[in-house]
Design a protein. Sequence first.
Length: 481
Amino acid sequence: ANAPHLFPPVPYLPIFSTIPNNSQLIQDVLDGKPTMAGITALLQTYMDQLHYENKWLVRQQKPADAILDSFYTLAKRHLGAFDKAYRGKSIFPIRDDGSVFLSLASFREHLLADTLQYAFDNAKNPDKLFIGAVVQNCFGKVNPDGSIDTSGKPCKTGVEVVGKDANGRDMTKVSDAPIDKNGIEDFCTNPKYKHYCDAGQIRVVWVHETESLGPAMARYHASKLWGGETYFVQTDSHLQFAKEWDQKYIDEFKSAKSYPKVVLSSYPPGFDPSNGNSVRESSGARLCFCETKVEDPNPIVRINTGRSYQGDEPRPTQTPFIAAGFFFTSAEWLIDVPFDPYLPWCFMGEEIALSMRSWTKGWDIYAPRKNLIAHQYRPGRMGLPKFWGTVNRLYGKPGMNNQLQGTVIKRIKNMVGYPDASLKRIKSANIEFVLEDVEHYGLGNTRSMKEYLEFAGMSVDVEHEALQCHHIEWCNKGELE
């Protein structure tokens, strides 16, 4: 009764369920009368059209510039129109009930059900926990009529290490594989957890792996499943949680000196097998370090951790950076820093963009004093699928994802001040389309780019046309509350 926008209920299973009256619900969303059913239908319709557009592009063996044009045209028609209807305001009323929305972008994730179980089992208030999951899976072979054949091994593994050659180098291969585990189905058919799904606490957008466009786009879609909850949390989908993690993060959020315009963020530690399925709380690490790895396909600033807390600090201290794999904030942040729907195929770059956008909009970034989650870090040797492998396989070209990314990443570089992505350079390269609606997803005017670079210990390296990172001792020492 207090949340009419959550009705009619959205079916969480079976996959790709058609939402009744979807055309009218979508039109209502665009007319300023949003419901979760209408938003889910809008996102699913966009994904359906992306799927058929991709099939056409593949049949016609279209080059990268045609693929880029297709994406931006389709995204503007669906996602741009959606965002325009709610620009500068909250899609739904923000509830003041301590509820938590957890955004999960999942790519062929075998630990999604475990992550959901750990989140609910360890939450102090599981009835106030809501999930927005974007499930990007190989569900099987998609037939021309849209039906799915799950028989045999219709999927592919990641690049697996299968031995050593005569020179001692790793030998790798990609193999046929059965369909991916469906973590939502495993969770929602478990009698212990089914009532959360029936209560509308699990919201899902299903995506065939061929439409996987990288983490930045998946997180955009997941953010649109937010339904008015008090707090917004973004994490990866292979996590463990400490006891009462939800309430402890709320308390930490409120203890920050800049409350309420606070973003908590850190890189969580890796799984510790000795802890079983729970997280033993440990001192949090501050995000105080950045670098550019020239060996990356399209180099851009990466962030990393600095020193950890000692354990006796009276309150959290500020850092310059947000980690995309974990941050906790209030839902008002979504109004000020809406997710960007024009960042396909990007793996690096979203973190410096989130950091600079948030800080220049007046949000202060803090490292939580305790680690309350743990993350499964995944070296390449694990052989797990990567979205860029799917992109390259879809278009039949080994370097296609890097080629597409190399153009799109100019959008982020332009936003954060790279000389090689100035408006003049972008115009001369005839790729102005990458700046679609950029004024709505760029920096704020509460604080300037120059002030952020000084704050973060960064400078513009004109000679190498890049951003250069410097040591920031104030962050490591926790000098700024």
